[in-house]
Design a protein around this ligand. Structure first.
Ligand SMILES: NC(=O)c1ccc[n+]([C@@H]2O[C@H](COP(=O)([O-])OP(=O)(O)OC[C@H]3O[C@@H](n4cnc5c(N)ncnc54)[C@H](OP(=O)(O)O)[C@@H]3O)[C@@H](O)[C@H]2O)c1
Length: 239
């Protein structure tokens, strides 16, 4: 199996750290990003660390860029064997759900669910040819007293269903594909205003944790892996 991975949102935060860890383990990394300057800067950083990396423009809110990225992969990277759906936005994490407009909710759903779904769907033929894997970076969507961001949780709930349901399809249809989810737990990044705290990881720690599960040699199809390595239910509320 070729070791080539496409990671969305790999220009910063957890995505860039997953890219670094995969690269250190001999993987070629296609750095998916909206912002070209930041994407190219991330690629330069990785190249300086002797990691094979290339920038691939993708805006998950723009079907045109998704189609173009898939086209580039089919023509130049037909040996792609892994997609990591990492990019996401939180929306307003503090206002109550009933204050959201449908437009605001749709905006978060576009990035966190419809975009990743479209990218995954279009890459399935390539990934299947290569016994490929899809990894979703997830959050807990169950009831938690201090974590109730409406749009973020709603969109990630759909994203979790996507992983759980497709995994079942792959098994039932005997497809040479695997899809599973990993929850890194609270991590200091731009997404949460760079929160810090006793139980909050650095992005580098999150990247190492995630890569550790990806590279452990096990089949994880259909699993939702928590930060402790426990396999939990998809409606689970624990970090
Ligand atoms: N941080 C946490 O505590 C935490 C906990 C659990 C799970 N996660 C998950 O970890 C993943 C990475 O988040 P992070 O914390 O590293 O956040 P981050 O630093 O804000 O990074 C988010 C990434 O997503 C990209 N992105 C946003 N909108 C996009 C779009 N429309 N198209 C393409 N890329 C887009 C951003 O690119 P731009 O530079 O173009 O904006 C950026 O690369 C997310 O799935 C998040 O839900 C995070």
């Amino acid at each position: 199996m070729a070791k080539k991975v496409f990671i969305t949102g790999a220009n910063k935060g957890i995505g860039k750290q997953i890219a670094r860890q995969m690269g250190k383990n001999g993987w070629t990394v296609l750095v998916g990003a909206r912002n070209e300057d930041r994407g190219l800067a991330a690629v330069r950083e990785l190249l300086e660390e002797n990691i094979e990396a290339e920038y691939l423009n993708v805006d998950l809110q723009d079907l045109g860029t998704i189609a173009a990225a898939v086209c580039a992969i089919e023509s130049r990277h037909a040996d792609l064997s892994m997609l990591i759906n990492n990019a996401a936005i939180p929306g307003d994490m503090h206002k109550p759900g009933y204050e959201f407009t449908t437009g605001e909710l749709r905006n978060v759903m576009e990035t966190n669910f419809f975009g990743p779904f479209e990218l995954t769907r279009r890459l399935l033929p390539t990934l299947e040819k290569n016994n490929g894997r899809i990894v979703n970076i997830a959050i807990p969507i169950g009831r938690l007293p201090h974590f109730n961001p409406f749009a973020y949780k709603t969109s990630k709930a759909a994203f979790n269903v996507m992983a759980q349901s497709l995994a079942q399809n792959f098994t039932e249809k005997g497809k040479a594909l695997e899809i599973f989810s990993i929850m890194p737990g609270p991590t200091t990044t731009d997404l949460n205003g760079n929160i810090i705290g006793e139980h909050v990881k650095t992005d580098a720690e999150a990247g190492r944790l995630i890569a550790g599960f990806i590279l452990d040699g096990k089949n994880h199809n259909g699993e939702l892996i928590s930060t402790t390595g426990a396999i939990v239910d998809y409606n689970h509320g624990l970090f």
